[in-house]
Design a protein around this ligand. Structure first.
Ligand SMILES: Cc1cc2nc3c(=O)[nH]c(=O)nc-3n(C[C@H](O)[C@H](O)[C@H](O)COP(=O)(O)OP(=O)(O)OC[C@H]3O[C@@H](n4cnc5c(N)ncnc54)[C@H](O)[C@@H]3O)c2cc1C
Length: 469
């Protein structure tokens, strides 16, 4: 797969040239790649895919190292877009990127599979077998050898053990879950349209648990898209009377992680739209008919989304003795190396990276994932040249929250003053879109990011503005 382009200054890093502690035993690699230093990245999300893409370009294509991505999915969709997939305003097919194609274009190997274990002595990642929809095996259970391992498997929803969540609520962790929720919304509208009896209490009601950015953005977008779906001839439904969206938050205000001014501006807009906010409300149970709160009240709702809290995937707890915190994140040094094994790095949501001056680690956000990936590209190159690693420092550039077509609000950090300033409206929306473009640019270059942007803008002129099926 890799082109062999040998330059003096980019001479391949042979495994025999490396210190013994950086060389692992041979597993099932092809003979040409056998001699190269093996970099394995597990998880191709916001952090991992940017990392392998750039390492593939810099090292893989020049045969300076072998770069492999282990990923359990076949396509990548930037997670901050999931709320729009759930609301039906974004067609994931237009934004998904095939791992196989990306690997081919950028000089890395793509290995379909889920990491189920790790052997740090043999330096092997254990992958489970993958099966198709009919239970036939696609790839067998196998092990992949590494010299440098980067774990970037993101996070999953934390339901804090609340009864009924797993059975009745939809989380928004994957495109499949977001699409499943959207199908439920459209089906709920079609059901209400065709039934002979009147719309019952709770029908066409949506409870969104967790008023962080995801829950809040979903509430605003869903308000618009449900009306849009109904406007396509579903005349038995009166949105003002029948559709109800309730946003539930345990903290005293929505967007509790963001400055109060953003939270206040967002609250005002949601009030204006008629999205009901229940702040300071703790959910104790989710059932088929709705959500029970700690104060004993019950919110009838046909559809429940759980967007409250994250934790790292279960596979990390006790992963061959690596240190984890109470939400399963791998504890890392400022160099992003895990505390108990310098050959294993962790980045993105699954890493608990220390922040000087605070006991709270770097937050699980897309900008942290992007920064950590960029930092690690340079550090892995230093590691291969035998130079000491430099620490990573998180820079908070601010936060933006999209409230559908109505507004975008947020705060941006001033580069010179170091203070944050409030942004709203068109400027904020342009900044919000530029975040996604930056991710696309990191994966495919500026030309590709701009062309994709234009082609999607044109497609939106001819397609319905919401998904109707
Ligand atoms: C709905 C939603 C909205 C969000 N909105 C924002 C936002 O507006 N702004 C913001 O800053 N952040 C936002 N975030 C958070 C942001 O998406 C994450 O911080 C970021 O994606 C983390 O990147 P990551 O690479 O660590 O993980 P991810 O992007 O989640 O990628 C992890 C990858 O690992 C793969 N994987 C998982 N387990 C395994 C395994 N065992 N073996 C192999 N592969 C595995 C997954 O398939 C996935 O591709 C949002 C998150 C969600 C869910």
């Amino acid at each position: 797969m890799s082109e062999v382009l040998h330059h003096e200054r980019n001479a391949p890093v042979k495994r025999k040239d490396l210190p013994p502690d950086m060389v692992a035993s041979r597993v099932d690699q092809d003979p040409d790649q056998e001699k190269l230093h093996r970099i394995v990245v597990v998880g191709g999300g916001a952090a991992g895919l940017e990392l392998v893409t750039r390492l593939g370009d810099r090292l893989g294509r020049r045969s300076r190292a072998s770069v492999t991505l282990v990923e359990c999915a076949r396509t990548h969709l930037w997670k901050p877009l999931l709320y729009a997939v759930a609301a039906g305003s974004l067609n994931p097919g237009e934004y998904e990127l095939s791992y196989l194609a990306q690997a081919h274009w950028h000089g890395f190997h793509y290995c379909l599979g889920e990491m189920i274990g790790l052997d740090r002595v043999k330096k092997e990642v254990r992958l489970g077998a993958t099966l198709d929809g009919e239970g036939r095996q696609i790839t067998p259970e196998r092990s992949i050898g590494y010299d440098t391992l980067v774990i970037a498997i993101g996070s999953v929803t934390n339901d804090f053990g609340t009864p009924g969540v797993a059975k009745y609520a939809v989380p928004l962790e994957t495109p499949a879950q977001a699409e499943r929720f959207n199908r439920r919304v459209v089906n709920a509208c079609l059901r209400a349209q065709t039934q002979t009896e009147p719309v019952r209490p709770g029908q066409l009601h949506v409870a969104i648990v967790g008023a962080g950015a995801t829950g809040t953005e979903l509430a605003a977008e869903l308000y618009r898209t449900m009306r849009e779906v109904v406007s396509y001839g579903l005349d038995h439904i009166n949105p003002e009377r029948d559709v109800r969206i309730v946003l539930i938050e345990g903290a005293p205000r929505i967007l509790p992680g963001l400055p109060e001014r953003i939270s206040d501006a967002t609250q005002r807009l949601l009030d204006k739209l008629g999205v009901e906010v229940r702040a300071g409300a703790r959910v104790t149970e989710v059932s088929a008919n709705g959500v029970k709160l700690a104060d004993g009240s019950f919110i009838d709702s046909e559809l429940v989304v759980w967007a409250a809290g994250v934790k790292a995937p279960e596979v990390l707890s006790g992963l061959d003795g690596l240190e984890t915190n109470r939400i399963n994140q791998l504890v890392v040094e400022p160099t992003l190396q895990t505390t108990r094994d310098p050959d294993v790095f962790a980045i993105g949501d699954c890493a608990a990276c220390p922040r000087p001056g605070t006991s709270v680690p770097v937050p699980p956000r897309a900008q942290a994932a992007h920064q950590e990936a960029s930092h690690l590209v340079r550090q892995i190159q230093r590691r291969l040249s035998g130079k000491p690693l430099q620490p990573y420092t998180y820079r908070d550039f601010g936060s933006l929250v999209s409230l559908g077509k109505w507004s975008t609000v947020g705060n941006l950090m001033g580069f010179l003053s170091g203070r944050s300033f409030f942004v709203e409206g068109l400027f904020a929306r342009a900044m919000y879109r530029s975040l996604r473009l930056m991710h696309e640019q990191a994966l495919g270059g500026t030309r590709r990011a701009v062309l994709s942007f234009i082609s999607r803008a044109l497609a939106h002129r001819i397609d319905p503005p919401v998904k109707l099926h």
